[in-house]
Design a protein. Structure first.
Length: 363
């Protein structure tokens, strides 16, 4: 990066205060400032962090404008400092290595494939019959694009991605390295003493602006489509079963597992290692805490946690009780001991009383 403060303000949609000709050469973190770098502070709850900040520029929230701050260097004022920094990140990312459109000599592309304008197909990639690849899409080396696959425009397909036959990717889809789209759904029928494979003849449809990260598997449907909704983001090592429907703008974190025929709504958040049993519905904007096991449907807007997953408040109450179990066990043990001693004393009293009666009877 090599831009002036004025250019940075334009890119980040900020208001500049300082030397407009000051040259910024790198983005940096607040805790690792650089004299020619730019960092950001989301709020002014701890303005003391600016006291000895040796950064070329800092992005601050608009409400900081006019305040007497300990930082006297260059400042960009932004409505949302984090987003302003992200815009700069996007700018820097756009300056990185560009792929020249064209097909690498080692790639194998079927004559019946339809390749759009400015498409790049990397070394040792394979594009099968009747596949369609939209304009400006980049396919990195060692990818497999199956028969009749449809890929939209401006997609990024990183190395060793597999997209099997008949699957559909819309526009601006990103598949990180090793993602597998359209593997057979895990369907078997136990017949005549053996697990018999159920053919999976459906496909996967990935809507626009979806990102699927490394080594995640999205299984094809048995007869219809497994669908990932627009703007949904799926982390590494996630398993999505056959016939699953995921809505728009949902988040699925690492190692989530979704069993078949589950319907996930819009804006849902599934934290790391959440497991969803099949044939259920997760309502819009629902959130599920890490390592939860979801056995039943979740209503819209609810936050669930635990195994089996339950409303978060109830789960936290149970956890609070569980933490007290050692103390409760100790108290119960002591109570049982006292109760046993009481019983022994009572029994001893009865024996003595009976002995006294026998003694009187003997007389």
């Amino acid at each position: 990066m090599n831009i002036t403060l004025k250019e940075a303000a334009r890119i980040a949609q900020c208001e500049a205060a300082g030397d407009e000709n000051f040259v910024l050469r790198q983005l940096c973190a607040l805790d690792e400032p650089k004299e020619d770098g730019i960092c950001y502070l989301t709020n002014l709850e701890k303005p003391e962090v600016l006291q000895n900040l040796k950064a070329g520029c800092v992005i601050l929230p608009l409400e900081a404008k006019g305040q007497d701050l300990p930082f006297k260097g260059n400042i960009l004022y932004a409505k949302n400092p984090e987003w302003a920094f992200i815009l700069l990140l996007k700018y820097v990312d756009s300056l990185r290595v560009k792929y020249t459109p064209g097909i690498h000599p080692t790639a194998v592309v079927s004559p019946t494939a339809n390749i759009g304008a400015n498409v790049s197909i990397g070394a040792y990639s394979v594009v099968e019959e009747d596949a369609v690849i939209g304009e400006n899409t980049i396919i990195y080396p060692q990818c497999y694009i199956g028969k009749n696959v449809k890929i939209g425009k401006n997609c990024l397909i990183y190395p060793q991605v597999v997209i099997r036959e008949d699957c559909v990717l819309k526009d601006f889809v990103i598949l990180q390295a090793g993602a597998k789209i359209g593997s057979d759904g895990f369907g078997f029928s136990f017949h005549e003493g053996r697990h018999q494979k159920i053919p999976q003849i459906g496909n996967v449809i990935i809507e626009s602006d979806v990102e699927i990260q490394s080594n995640t598997c999205i299984d094809r449907a048995k007869i219809s489509s497994t669908v990932i909704g627009a703007n949904t983001k799926i982390d590494n090592l996630v398993q999505v079963g056959h016939n699953v429907k995921v809505g728009m703008s949902s988040i699925m974190c690492a190692q989530v597992g979704v069993a078949g025929t589950t319907d996930i709504g819009n804006g849902v958040v599934l934290a790391g290692q959440v497991g969803l049993a099949g044939h259920m519905k997760i309502g819009d904007r629902a959130q599920v805490g890490a390592q939860s096991g979801v056995m039943n449907s979740i209503p819209a807007g609810q936050t669930y946690f635990g195994y089996p997953a339950m409303p978060q408040k109830e789960a936290f109450r149970q956890l609070a009780i569980l933490r007290k179990l050692p103390e409760m066990y100790k108290e119960i043990k002591e109570f049982k001991k006292q109760l046993s001693q009481t019983k022994k004393l009572s029994l001893l009293g009865k024996i003595k009383k009976l002995a006294g009666i026998k003694k009187l009877a003997g007389k």
